[in-house]
Design a protein around this ligand. Sequence first.
Ligand SMILES: [Zn+2]
Ligand SMILES: [Zn+2]
Length: 275
Amino acid sequence: SITIEGTLTPPQAGASVTIQVREVGGSWSTLTSVTTDQEGRFTYSWTPQAEGSFELRAVWSGDPYTLACESSVSSLEVEAAPPLFTTEVLIGIAAACCVAVAGAAVYLKKRPKKPKPHALRVTASPTEVYADGQSTSTITVELVDSKGKPLQSEEDREIALSATSGSIASTIVMKKGESSATATLTASTDIGVSRVTASSKGLKSGEVTVTFKEKKRYCMHCGERMPLDAKVCPSCGRAPPSGVDVKVCPNCGAIIPEVAKFCRDCGARQPESSS
Ligand SMILES: [Zn+2]
Ligand SMILES: [Zn+2]
């Protein structure tokens, strides 16, 4: 809700002040009447029923000794807001006895300032994949404010994607209420760096780079390099071993047959098995 606070200056206790509201461009309607306290202050808590741009003013009808006067206009944006969102509008009415209306002082205070979508932040996981035409990296696009804090999208937002190498969907949609969306980048067979760019209307674009690295293969018998599509090792002539028992290469983490003497992916010599 919105707290409307105001002061009648010079202070006038027990005066009936009318608070009026209108949508910008509309006509004034009376919200409520409030009575000033000993210091001439008044306050009213208002819960707008709709989103929109509103203007508020306070009017005092005067008394036999003082002319009627009204405050200048405070404007207010009402947006769909989190439950604890509070806004304070301060209105001051300045009246001078029997003479004229002095300049009215108006203070408008809104807090907290609602963060606005500013940019897209793009991250990739992993940032290095094999240039084998089929390895993938998950590209995550986040909506952030000017401080880099993730924000929920207020609409279904279309995001255009492009990659300088490899393939990726040309558009994805960040659903209303979500703060991120993902896409899959598939590696090309060209070794090098792919720059992935995400852009959306009214936002600073974001980008990330993913490295397509050479896929190497080593003979698990002799440790020599092997072409990716070779059936047998050109050096020792043996076919790669297979088996249901596997182990993890301590050098690169690849899962390889228990009997392998060298790692298929990194070529590291494997420790002697304990059995
Ligand atoms: Zn070999
Ligand atoms: Zn390895």
